[in-house]
Design a binder for this molecule. Structure first.
Ligand code: 5AD
Ligand code: SF4
Ligand code: FES
Length: 392
């Protein structure tokens, strides 16, 4: 009996051990399995789920941005566009704002590797408009219903701070119901302050890339990413409506660069975002580089709209250059601004940032009519308005 009893005891003991062991293994494996499944779920969130999350939370993690850029499909892109358009409609309705760009000088001392105006390009006819020419462009523009004038140029040292301030003041005096936007590059805080005091409302300065290493590959050594970002921060602190932005598909751009751009813009909260495909210019070091993706540009417009619902996002000339109906598609993907040219026809083909730029042979009134028709064809209307950022 004793032996039997002992045997039973031993068996019972063993049974407990086995049960405990099984329980232990089960307890050990349960959280492991749970964790790994959860982790898997984060990694495996579908792109549509990420787009929904962006819509709801107004941001994504860096890994999520990278996943989106690396693996989005045409279906994902259209899904984002539909949501983005609904967001834009809820903020700006069916209105599309227009801005008249006056390209007043193509002189530039810089050597951005992508740009046709770079100092190293000797194959370009340089020009400057004088103050009266600029005023004449604005007068034309006012007649056609423009209520924002964008003064754009290379970083031409001929135009001193005093001259720029004088031009801004003249425009604001003659057209007090209009906004003035400057797009004249990197300047000191003091210069930006002087322009602002003279009446400038907005400033466009694309950051080009939020990734410092990438920035170095696109620019000459005389330019620095740090200074670019300093400029943008100064402009914000001075109360400008500030525009930053990037070229999509610029040489050396990776999905990580685009993720950095989205994170930067999510933090900086620009009032305006300029996005266009990179397009090669035959007289630059990037002449043989492939153009950027039309689809990724549209996708990026939609993602920016979902992240910053009130942003003013133009359907850019570069988008209209890469595809005949690119600007219409840009608006349908969430853009709400178009920026036709007001420059005199004689100089239009001299402001070539990239090859085959559209509208170089068309007059201001032709472009104005053209844009109106294009917007009407997709159910949108060009409005006569300064078109300020909705939060301001
Ligand atoms: N392709 C597309 N965009 C360009 N830009 C300059 N060069 C090119 C090009 N080759 C853009 C830059 C610049 C803005 C004025 O035009 O982003 O900031
Ligand atoms: Fe000059 Fe601007 Fe062209 Fe650079 S992108 S070369 S700063 S005009
Ligand atoms: Fe210039 Fe169409 S916008 S011709």
């Amino acid at each position: 009996m004793k032996a039997f009893g002992t045997e039973v005891e031993v068996w019972l003991l063993c049974s407990c051990c086995v049960r405990n062991a099984v329980a232990l293994v089960f307890l050990y494996r349960l959280p492991w399995k749970y964790n790994s499944e959860m982790k898997e779920e984060i990694v495996m969130s579908s792109n549509k789920q990420l787009i929904d999350k962006l819509h709801e939370k107004k941001g994504l993690t860096k890994d999520e941005w990278i996943q989106l850029f690396e693996s989005y499909t045409e279906e994902d892109r259209l899904y984002a566009a539909e949501k983005a358009r609904a967001v834009a409609d809820s903020v700006y309705g069916k209105d599309v704002y227009i801005r008249g760009i006056v390209e007043f000088s193509n002189v530039c001392p810089n050597n951005c590797l992508y740009c046709g105006l770079r100092a190293g390009n000797k194959n370009i006819d340089r020009y400057r408009l004088d103050e009266d020419d600029i005023m004449e462009c604005c007068r034309d523009g006012y007649k056609y219903g423009f209520r924002t004038f964008v003064l754009q140029s290379g970083e031409d040292p001929h135009f001193t701070t005093e001259m720029i301030c004088r031009i801004v003041k003249r425009i604001k005096e003659e057209f007090p119901d209009c906004a003035v936007t400057l797009s004249i590059g990197e300047k000191s805080y003091e210069d930006y302050k002087a322009y602002r005091d003279a009446g400038a409302d907005r400033y466009l300065l694309r950051h080009e890339t939020a990734n410092e290493e990438h920035y170095k590959k696109l620019h000459s050594e005389s330019m620095s990413w740090q200074n670019r970002i300093r400029c943008l921060r100064d402009l914000k602190s001075l109360g400008y409506q500030v525009g930053c932005g990037v070229m999509i598909g610029s040489p050396y751009q990776t999905s990580e660069c685009l993720a950095d751009d989205m994170i930067f813009m999510g933090e900086f909260k620009p009032e305006m975002i300029g996005l266009g495909p990179f397009l090669p210019h035959s007289d630059t070091p990037f002449r043989d580089e492939p153009k950027g993706s039309y689809e990724t540009t549209l996708f990026m417009i939609s993602l920016c709209r979902l992240m910053l619902p009130e942003a003013l996002i133009p359907a850019t000339t570069a988008l209209g250059t890469i595809r005949g109906n690119g600007r219409e598609q840009g608006v349908l993907a969430g853009a709400n601004v178009i920026m036709p040219n007001l420059s005199p026809v004689q100089v239009r083909d001299k402001y070539m940032l990239y090859d085959n730029k559209i509208c170089t042979g068309d007059s201001s009134s032709e472009c104005r009519g053209c844009i109106e028709n294009r917007m009407e064809s997709i159910g949108y209307k060009v409005v006569i308005s300064r078109g300020d950022h909705k939060k301001l």
